[in-house]
Design a protein around this ligand. Structure first.
Ligand SMILES: CC(C)=CCC/C(C)=C/CC/C(C)=C/CC/C(C)=C/[C@@H]1[C@@H](COP(=O)(O)OP(=O)(O)O)[C@]1(C)CC/C=C(\C)CC/C=C(\C)CCC=C(C)C
Ligand SMILES: [Mn+2]
Length: 391
């Protein structure tokens, strides 16, 4: 513990300059620096066996994560009543402050999600904040105002920094909070490494040949979030579901969110030279990159979009099956995120599929209605929800 905090106050000499989180409205402009050489495939388990489908490769990661949590589930609940095993009050205060700052970033960047976390136990809530901040900073590397300066080397440094924080050597306060979190919960490093791999992909790739390729990208940048979060949010002690089922649902929510994000941002991404839609599917629909750059809503486009939206909804359906298995106090933010993000798909439909120049968003009124609905669902466990569906 002391070691953790020592690194907070005395970061290493040659550490990379600290990344600063900029205000939400000060960002944008994903770098389009494409390099044909790119970076070599990382040693991530999801890329280790390129002959199998992305889904199979990602499922291996799911099984590994599930096994880690299963150990904890079967044995004992984590003793979180005594959060810091140190008598040193200064360490304790610094760590609390680090978590507090994670909470502030979270409140600034994701208000609704932050609200949702307030229902969680204080220990879990702050751990989720720490994960959120690390994810947000990682995304900022390729999506923030300094994105054009980000090179594969910078991502290598970020990766090294991740290794260090997992070994109790954080470089700054945000890292210290995460370092503490990963020491307390059965959180594995793999999904974090895979998210960095997703950022590498964004530096070198701006087209996806088929859904298999896109699926892997979505896993890297968003499915990983689900896998990181479950060990902290916890599975309900009364849940009868297998741990893999819950992880699968978490993965599905990440994929669903990212697919939705891609469908919402087609025009914006195209203006940065990026097309995340599967090329083979576009061609089958009689569409090309030029149609996207032109940005005209045609019947071909509407039909194509209908198929894409249908697929994203299937992932949301898959995710729904797992939310009720989470600890009851953790369900609200998850339901809220699921309901709100899924409504973006409805908004694309309401915009008559014009995702070239019209941004699909969920209005305040709809958001306000969704929160109590999410709360109501969060009160129900998986078996209660299943009964509701049967009747
Ligand atoms: C309760 C809850 C939602 C917890 C997750 C908290 C958390 C750690 C979030 C991190 C999100 C983040 C900053 C990811 C970095 C990459 C990224 C930006 C992905 C996109 C998110 C949307 O962000 P935004 O709309 O701001 O996009 P722009 O950057 O503006 O383009 C993503 C679309 C994906 C985020 C993925 C999730 C929130 C997955 C959540 C899944 C779970 C929490 C698992 C739930 C468990 C079960 C059993 C269903
Ligand atoms: Mn982003």
């Amino acid at each position: 513990m002391s070691a953790v905090l020592l690194w907070v106050v005395c970061p290493v000499e040659n550490a990379q300059p600290l990344l600063s989180l900029v205000p939400r409205n000060g960002r944008r402009g994903r770098s389009c620096k494409l390099s044909s050489t790119g970076v070599s495939a990382a040693c991530s388990s999801a890329v280790a066996h390129p002959s199998r489908s992305s889904e199979e490769r990602v499922y291996e990661v799911v099984l590994k994560q599930a096994a880690l949590v299963r150990e904890q589930r079967g044995e004992r609940a984590l003793d979180l009543k005594k959060p810091i095993e140190s008598d040193d009050m200064a360490d304790w205060n610094l760590l609390n402050e680090a978590y507090q700052r994670c909470g502030e970033v979270c409140a600034e960047y994701a208000k609704t999600f932050y609200l949702g976390t307030l229902l969680m136990t204080p220990e879990r809530r702050r751990a989720v904040w720490a994960i959120y901040v690390w994810c947000r900073r990682t995304d900022e590397l390729v999506d923030g105002p300094n994105a054009s300066h980000i090179t594969p080397k910078a991502l290598e440094r970020w990766d090294k920094r991740l290794n260090d924080l997992f070994q109790g050597r954080p470089y700054d306060m945000f890292d210290a909070a995460l370092s503490d979190t990963v020491a307390k919960y059965p959180v594995d490093i793999q999904p974090f490494k895979d998210m960095i791999e997703g950022m590498r992909l964004d530096l070198r790739k701006s087209r996806y040949e088929n859904f298999d390729e896109l699926y892997l990208y979505c896993y890297y940048v968003a499915g990983t979030v689900g896998l990181m979060s479950v060990p902290v949010m916890g599975i309900a002690p009364e849940s009868k579901a297998s741990t893999e089922t819950v992880y699968n649902a978490a993965l599905a929510l990440g994929i669903a969110n990212q697919l939705t994000n891609i469908l919402r941002d087609v025009g914006e991404d195209a203006r940065r030279g990026r097309i995340y839609l599967p090329q083979e599917e576009l061609a089958r629909a009689g569409l090309s990159d030029d149609d996207i750059f032109r940005g005209k809503v045609t019947d071909k486009w509407r039909n194509f979009m209908k198929g894409q939206i249908k697929r994203a909804r299937k992932f949301f359906d898959e995710a729904e099956k797992g939310v009720g298995e989470l600890n009851s106090a953790s369900r609200w933010p998850v339901w809220a995120s699921l309901l709100l993000y899924r409504q973006i798909l409805d908004a694309i439909e309401a915009n008559d599929y014009n995702n070239f120049t019209k941004r699909a968003y969920v209005g305040k009124a709809k958001k306000l209605v969704s929160l109590p609905v999410a709360y109501g669902r969060a009160l129900m466990g998986a078996s209660d929800l299943a009964k509701l569906v049967v009747r």
